[in-house]
Design a protein around this ligand. Structure first.
Ligand code: ATP
Length: 260
């Protein structure tokens, strides 16, 4: 986690930010021996940047996050984090080495307290490092401290989403992968999650967000990509994507129209 007070801030130069973040080059990914789901996909998420991947159901968004977190192998191409080659690393090595994945559906452990759920995210730390990571996460997401003693299963959907993000931050990731963090949340909680995401990115973490909620995610992101049948068909500044006719005509769904 790069956001602790006093730590070096990311440089503003996009090339330097890219070097300090996540670089995905020409990956091809599929399940077992099946056809390729992602084809020749490239993207860069710089340190301190939010990059949103949007697309319809089945476009390959979840598959992308599974590949980046080591759950699925890349058949071609490479994944680099801060210049280090992550291609082919196991999910455990990936998680230990700086990429944290918050899967869809939050998956907090309902019978454990929020605090114990958080501590699980720092399982690889020494006792001192765990305490320090916990301090940092609670400083970043102070709401977590107020429900720390509650069982996670009694928290609202939005609170559980923040808890899942906090748990991922406990590993002090360089890059945070978020799968549909807005799904199932009320508009107010969606706003909370988006605001917390911006705070986390400002501290230097590279955030890759995949969302069906095109308009809200692009309004918060710096840059983004439209994924269609496993290919990146449109990439650019989030504001430019939002204004693109092709996005408006083809990808903004009914839910987006309601938020317009
Ligand atoms: N375990 C699996 N085995 C084989 N094919 C799969 C598996 N999981 C997903 N797929 C296929 O991969 C393609 C992309 O699915 P993926 O879940 O990545 O899309 P998505 O963009 O995340 O969609 P959604 O928003 O509906 O989750 C789909 O054709 C899907 O059927």
């Amino acid at each position: 986690m790069l956001w602790k007070a006093g730590k070096e801030r990311p440089k503003e130069d996009p090339a330097v930010r890219a070097e300090q973040g996540l670089v995905v080059s020409g990956i091809e990914v599929g399940y077992h021996r099946g056809p390729a789901i992602l084809r020749d996909l490239s993207l860069t998420v710089g340190a301190g940047e939010i990059f949103a991947v949007v697309g319809r159901n089945g476009a390959g968004k979840t598959t992308l996050l599974r590949a980046l977190s080591g759950l699925l192998p890349c058949r071609r191409g490479s994944v680099r984090l801060q210049g280090r080659d992550f291609t082919g690393l196991s999910a455990e090595r990936v998680a230990r080495s700086g990429i944290a994945h918050v899967p869809a559906g939050r998956r907090v452990i309902p019978g454990m307290t929020a605090l114990d759920n958080l501590k699980l995210g720092g399982y690889q730390h020494s006792r001192t490092a765990l305490a320090s990571a916990l301090d940092d996460v609670l400083a970043m997401l102070p709401a977590l401290a107020t429900w720390g003693a509650r069982r996670a299963g009694t928290l609202s959907g939005g609170e559980q989403q923040l808890l899942a993000i906090g748990r991922a931050l406990m590993s002090r990731p360089v890059a945070l992968l978020l799968d549909e963090p807005l799904t199932g949340l009320s508009p107010a909680y969606q706003q909370d999650v988006l605001e917390e995401m911006s705070k986390i990115a400002k501290g230097g973490t590279a955030i890759l967000l995949v969302e069906q909620n095109v308009r809200k995610s692009l309004r918060t992101a710096d840059r983004g990509m439209v994924l269609d049948e496993g290919r990146g068909v449109l990439t650019g500044a989030a504001a430019e994507l939002l204004a693109a006719d092709r996005l408006r005509d083809g990808y903004l769904g009914v839910g987006d129209a309601r938020q317009a």
